[in-house]
Design a protein around this ligand. Structure first.
Ligand code: 6GU
Length: 241
């Protein structure tokens, strides 16, 4: 997969050199390039923003600078992703859909945003454009949201996560539940023991226990996810839990 990020803070994206995503880049599974938006400015001060029409606080990013940058970077197949607190909320379903794309381009704006004509223009020209938020809070710009989305998408690319089974049971997977609690050695730590069933070697009982804990946790922490569950996917025992 090819990923381009356009930002006025290229250094923010340095974390993508690390860990699994960094390895995926070295292995050639992910071709990630970070660009400085100011490289597309033409004035002496390298201006990227201006005051909002209609008045109000803060600055808005200029469409002309973004337009020349995105015309260069999008190529003919790029899917434009604009991180913005006024976007749809990014979920694992968005990550899965974006992971099937050949080429993503992230346009990082400051939080007052990019002139609205930019998304409108690329949509009108027939491109896929996704305006996405990472949650209900406000960040200073799209860079951290881009880190989040590139990591969520990148780990779904074939070969990035060593054991693909670790993608199966995790939170926000197909089951629509949060993950059950996990434990490792030592079996007793600070007088806390691990649940006995996990030492039983009884695989069906362990699976049942894990599903019950996942249901319990999800009901307490994320009742919205319980409400969204497909009732047909629940078993008798689930309904009793
Ligand atoms: Cl994508 N951008 C900004 N600036 N703030 C956010 C966000 C994005 N998602 C949540 N808050």
């Amino acid at each position: 997969m090819r990923v381009d990020v356009v930002t006025v803070f290229p250094d923010y994206l340095a974390a993508l050199d690390l860990s699994l995503i960094g390895k995926a880049r070295q292995a050639g599974l992910l071709d990630l390039r970070v660009h400085d938006l100011r490289d597309w400015t033409t004035d002496r001060h390298r201006t990227v923003d201006d005051t909002p029409f209609g008045g109000g606080a803060g600055m808005v990013m200029r469409p002309d600078v973004w337009g020349t940058a995105l015309d260069d970077v999008l190529g003919d197949d790029g899917h434009l992703v604009v991180p913005t607190p006024s976007g749809e909320v990014f979920t694992q379903r968005h990550a899965e859909a974006l992971a099937t794309e050949e080429h993503l381009v992230f346009a990082c704006g400051r939080y007052e945003g990019i002139d609205a004509r930019v998304a409108e223009h690329y949509r009108a020209s027939g491109r896929r454009v996704s305006e996405l938020s990472i949650g209900d809070y406000v960040l200073n710009g799209g860079e951290v949201a881009t880190l989040v989305m590139v990591e969520a998408v990148g780990r779904l690319l074939p070969g990035v996560v060593g054991n693909p089974e670790s993608l199966v049971e995790e939170s926000h997977g197909a089951a629509g539940l949060l993950e059950y609690p996990v434990y490792t050695k030592p079996p007793v730590w600070a007088e806390h023991e691990i649940p006995e069933v996990l030492l039983s070697g009884h695989h069906a009982k362990i699976a049942r226990w894990r599903r019950d804990r996942a249901l319990e946790r999800t009901a307490t922490r994320r009742p919205d996810l319980i409400a969204a569950l497909d009732v047909a996917a629940l078993d008798k025992h689930d309904l009793a839990t």
